[in-house]
Design a protein around this ligand. Structure first.
Ligand SMILES: CC(C)(COP(=O)(O)OP(=O)(O)OC[C@H]1O[C@@H](n2cnc3c(N)ncnc32)[C@H](O)[C@@H]1OP(=O)(O)O)[C@@H](O)C(=O)NCCC(=O)NCCS
Length: 155
């Protein structure tokens, strides 16, 4: 694996996070393709939530020689379920960075007590399926969104 540091995000990571979302193929398997304005607003919301409501969000970034290579986020929904997502810049994929980011999020999620954890992934998103599978106990069709799978664990 590339030599990366997985750490908590800082406000100065904003442009790097936006660049990850903007990198090639990021939204290939998403239900919708977000424009730059919405991506920036989403990143801002996550960074604000990380500071103002740390009980409901777990957030890590991958720092590769001072370049922001990816992120992982778990957010607690109203149903007390952690929803997990991760993204890695196109230039740095398939080097184990996504797996390292998820491992860090899962260590933290487990440390916060009994919970349900989920990830929703398009059935054609082979990279993501391969990345998330080792972290979840089960998966099946996601009835809420045709063509998507729901990975799930509880403890
Ligand atoms: C999904 C994503 C985060 C994976 O990041 P990554 O850093 O490339 O993941 P890893 O390098 O840890 O790869 C994990 C495994 O998947 C495999 N893999 C990664 N991308 C793949 C692809 N496109 N096709 C097939 N296998 C792939 C890797 O080879 C690795 O397998 P291994 O454990 O046998 O070596 C990245 O492709 C991405 O950001 N995609 C766009 C956003 C997205 O779909 N996010 C997922 C929502 S949860």
């Amino acid at each position: 694996m590339a030599s990366v540091i997985i750490r908590e995000p800082e406000h100065s990571d904003r442009s790097g996070l936006i660049a990850v979302y903007g990198s090639e193929g990021f939204f290939d398997y998403s239900p919708s393709r977000l424009d730059l304005e919405i991506v920036a607003a989403t990143v801002d919301a996550y960074l604000i939530e990380f500071v103002s409501a740390p009980a409901s969000i777990i957030f890590y970034v991958a720092d590769l020689n001072s370049e922001l290579a990816g992120f992982s986020i778990a957010r607690k929904t109203a149903q007390a379920t952690w929803e997990v997502q991760a993204g890695v810049h196109f230039d740095h994929r398939k080097q184990g960075i996504g797996t390292a980011l998820l491992a860090k999020v899962f260590t933290q999620v487990h440390s916060r007590g009994p919970a349900v954890c989920e990830a929703i992934v398009h059935a054609g998103n082979l990279g993501s399926i391969k990345m998330v599978s080792p972290f979840f106990q089960e998966h099946g069709e996601f009835e809420g969104l045709p063509g998507f799978l729901r990975f799930r664990s509880s403890w």
